[in-house]
Ligand binder design. Structure first.
Ligand SMILES: [Zn+2]
Length: 376
């Protein structure tokens, strides 16, 4: 009896202790959830913080391969209201002089730029996988090892972090924020306020792209947004200007390739985007585009051909127009059916997009040595 009481008393005590421990664990879990933002959303897509942790982790794990840069602020950060740095990684087998913020480096540069349009979810994820592929392949895969020995592989995985914060704020059904979150031109009754960063460059910026609530609102003036200043600042530093004038062809010695990832349409857009007039190097730009088309199946268009609209003030026109670097927009994903649209299921990355895009990225990086020919 006494022994039984002692046993049941001990059991009650243990149960209370267990309950207390459970409560404590739950409190810990909920406080952790409260204090650390989610790293993924919508089935696996990475949040801005997820990308930031990833960038820091690969830089720390591969000091011989990765340089991580803060190239400027998001609009919210520039306002002193939180926000993010815009991050860029330079990945190569680092030798003296590599990955410097100037154009004197010896290795040709391939730049992958993603998620300038926040709701185009697949784009940041492709950049994430490209980073992982590169850092895990050195000394393992002969083709990629050779690439890392001879190229600087720059990646801007999230060009519009404020926008991605909005998108990911509804993890079960991402919000369709395209632009940055600059609401200085006023709030919107329908749609989202913000500036379309792919209409805000300082090359053929065109005020007539829609009012402040339009999805293509170009901002109050060219390069008005800190995100635009950040990316133009980086590209201006690392690529020399090889053109004698904007309307002249690029010098044959020009090196480098720039890809900006967008969704959707399954196509490749080559300069110009702002006009149907042929770019001075159009045939060569299309020739390189066709090589990437051969692996992705995406047809190559210029001007409004194929897409039905012009894109004044785009990042790719700006870089080709001011530096002569071959620059392309990839529109990832079909218009209809499985994996279509802005917010495809996360499984589409591994099942569909990555297998198509990986060889195109590898090709673009190889071609960065002689993008105007002879092509590899
Ligand atoms: Zn886009």
């Amino acid at each position: 009896m006494i022994r039984g009481w002692r046993l049941s008393g001990w059991l009650v005590g243990m149960r209370r202790l267990a309950a207390l421990l459970c409560t404590f664990a739950l409190m810990l879990l909920s406080s952790t959830a409260y204090s650390s933002p989610a790293l993924t959303y919508y089935g696996g897509y990475h949040t801005v913080v997820g990308h930031e942790q990833h960038n820091a982790a690969v830089a720390a794990a591969h000091p011989d391969l990765v340089k991580l840069y803060d190239i400027g602020d998001s609009w919210t950060k520039a306002q002193g209201q939180g926000g993010h740095d815009i991050q860029a990684l330079c990945i190569t087998k680092l030798a003296p002089g590599d990955c410097a913020l100037n154009s004197t480096g010896k290795k040709p540069k391939f730049v992958l730029h993603a998620q300038i349009h926040a709701r185009e979810l697949a784009t940041g994820e492709i950049a994430y996988k490209w980073i992982d592929l590169l850092v895990s392949s050195y000394g393992v895969d002969p083709e990629l090892t050779a690439l890392l020995d001879t190229r600087e592989l720059w990646v801007v995985p999230i060009a519009n972090p404020d926008g991605v914060d909005v998108v990911a704020s509804n993890p079960a059904q991402p919000l369709l924020q395209r632009k940055n979150v600059d609401d200085s031109a006023g709030d919107c009754v329908t749609g989202y306020p913000g500036v379309d960063l792919n209409r805000n460059s300082s090359f053929h910026w065109d005020a007539n792209q829609g009012g402040s609530c339009a999805e293509t609102y170009p901002g109050a003036k060219a390069a008005s947004e800190p995100e635009t200043v950040a990316i133009q600042g980086l590209l201006q530093k690392i690529f020399p200007d090889t053109k004698s004038a904007v309307d002249e062809p690029a010098a044959v010695r020009t090196t480098g390739v720039f890809l900006t990832l967008h969704s959707y349409g399954n196509d490749i857009l080559a300069p110009w985007g702002y006009t149907d007039t042929a770019a001075p190097d159009r045939d060569k730009l299309v020739a390189l585009g066709n090589k990437m088309s051969a692996v992705t199946g995406y047809p190559v268009f210029t001007g409004d051909g194929g897409i039905g609209y012009l894109t004044p003030g785009s990042t790719s026109d700006w870089l080709y127009g001011t530096r002569g670097v071959p620059s392309y927009t990839f529109e990832i994903g079909p218009k209809t059916g499985w994996c279509a649209g802005f917010v495809p299921a996360y499984s589409c990355i591994a099942s569909t997009f990555w297998p198509l895009l990986k060889p195109a990225l590898v090709y673009a990086a190889k071609a960065a040595a002689t993008p105007y020919g002879p092509l590899p």
